[in-house]
Every structure is written in C-alpha cells, then in structure tokens.
Design a protein around this ligand. Structure first.
Ligand SMILES: Nc1ncnc2c1ncn2[C@@H]1O[C@H](COP(=O)(O)OP(=O)(O)OP(=O)(O)O)[C@@H](O)[C@H]1O
Length: 247
C-alpha cells in the first residue's frame, strides 16, 4: 500500500447507456499534484463530483486519509478535509475578498445558526481566512471588493476559500480556465508551492500548466484511465497522443 491521502478504487458510474466512469482506480499522495486530463466528455467532472460527494458511484470505493467516505455527504466529506474549487465561480461580487473567504469557511464549517455573532468579528472564521489569503498571496487585497479583482485574482480567492478549512486534499477543476498567460503563470507558481502543504488533484485543459505542475498524470478517455505516468511518459505515450494531444 502507498501512503495515499485519497484513494479511488474501481469506481464506476453510468448515466443510462453511457458509462461515464469506467473502473477508475487512482490515488493522491502527500506533496504531489496528480493531474487528470482527457478530451471533452471523458468523464473528468463526473469523477470529481463522485469524489466531492455530489454524485454517488454505482460501485467502487473512495477513501480519504484511510477512512471510507463513499457514502458520506458533501458536507461530511468537506469536514473530513476534502477541499475543492469549482468550475463556476461562487464568489459574492460586492463583498470584500476577506469576507468571501470567511463566508466560505462558515458555510463549510456548517455553522449556519451563528446569527448572534457578527461574521466579521468571529475569530474562528477570521483566523483561517486570513491564513488562507496569506498562502495565496492575497493579503494586500483582503479589503478589496471581489468586483475589482482581475480574473486571475478571483481564481486565487476561490482557492483561498477552499484552503480556509485547512483541507487534507484539494480538488481543483480547471483553475486555469479563462486566464491569460500571466494569470496562468502566477497561479501555476502558487500551486507549485501549495502542493507541499496540500496535495492537489488537478483537472486542467491547459497542457503547459499540466506538464509543468503535475508529478503524475492520469489520462481519462471514455470514462476509463488509458494511461498513467509522469509528464515525460505521458507526452511520449502514442495512445495519449492519438486520443488527446492530437498527433
Ligand atoms: N447528469 C448527467 N446525466 C447524463 N449524462 C451526463 C451527466 N453528467 C455528465 N454526463 C455525460 O457524461 C460524460 C462525461 O461528462 P463529464 O462532464 O464528466 O466530462 P469532462 O471530461 O468533465 O468534460 P469537459 O472537459 O468538457 O468538462 C459526457 O458524455 C456527459 O455528457
């Protein structure tokens, strides 16, 4: 056995006749970025949804830090240390960066009945939110409304929201989407440092970012993993080149 923090074993998921996840087995180890790549419709988002808990697999198991989480709810998984960011932004535009991260923390902590205590004075939210902003190098933007941020900074805030609950693992679904070269380079740098604290399962179409960041890559085609290896091995794999890289 490895010392994996997250393990998927023989996951299967069908939507009617379509096998969206096909016997997927993979793991995420401390200190690494494991990238999941594949053409549109390969089943990457479906897999992330099963890990996060919004979709139940038909069969197979998911373990987080040695604990089986396959049938736990999204909130239970989040509390056990499954952090994630989303393809679609869920930030509140008029609120400040700090307030957004505090609200995300509060939502994930499941304390929806703390109305007697103003959010902005709650140390149990302020302390982790401030630390998460620092890790994403956003401290200087804490009091800026999200509406004034660049696209790249918003992505950093989204990752900070996930980090505020000090997750054991981080699921990032296309964090580079829509970023220009500068924003993408900046986020790449941040993730390169972050992985040493929190291992990252990364779904990403930006292949430059994937090849630079990933310690291991799994290639998903038609729901199944067709190849697995480091960047050099994946680049050189003829099956992958044919199925995905286009030559
Ligand atoms: N709720 C659903 N009901 C039926 N089919 C679905 C559902 N969700 C996804 N699918 C199908 O499952 C397949 C995998 O979709 P998925 O979104 O996981 O792919 P993906 O690799 O994330 O694609 P992309 O890179 O475009 O985001 C697709 O054929 C999709 O149409």
């Amino acid at each position: 056995m490895t010392d994996a923090v997250l393990t998927l074993a023989h996951l299967n998921k069908r939507f009617g006749a379509l096998q969206a996840t096909r016997d997927v087995t993979l793991d995420l180890r401390p200190g690494e970025i494991h990238a999941l790549i594949g053409p549109n419709g390969a089943g990457k988002s479906t897999l992330i949804a099963q890990i996060a808990g919004s979709l139940k697999p038909d069969s197979g198991g998911i373990h987080l830090a040695g604990q089986e989480i396959t049938s736990l709810s999204v909130a239970q998984r989040a509390r056990l240390g499954l952090g994630r960011s989303f393809q679609v932004s869920s930030l509140a535009e008029p609120l400040t960066v700090l307030r957004n991260v505090m609200i995300a923390t509060q939502a994930l902590q499941g304390h929806s009945f703390r109305f007697w205590k103003p959010v902005h004075r709650d140390e149990s939210l302020l302390t982790p939110a401030t630390a998460a902003l620092e890790r994403m190098e956003l401290t200087h933007r804490a009091d800026t409304p999200v509406s004034e941020l660049s696209h790249g900074e918003r992505r950093q805030v989204e990752v900070a929201c996930a980090l505020a609950l000090t997750p054991r693992v981080l699921l990032l679904d296309e964090p580079m989407a829509g970023l220009g070269p500068e924003g993408s380079a900046r986020l790449t740098e941040l993730l390169e440092t972050l992985k040493h604290e929190v291992p990252i399962l990364l779904v990403e179409h930006d292949m430059d970012a994937v090849f630079r960041l990933a310690d291991r890559i799994s290639v998903l085609v038609a729901g199944g993993v067709i190849a697995h290896g480091d960047s050099a091995a994946i680049r050189a794999n003829p099956q992958v080149r044919e199925a995905y890289l286009g030559d």
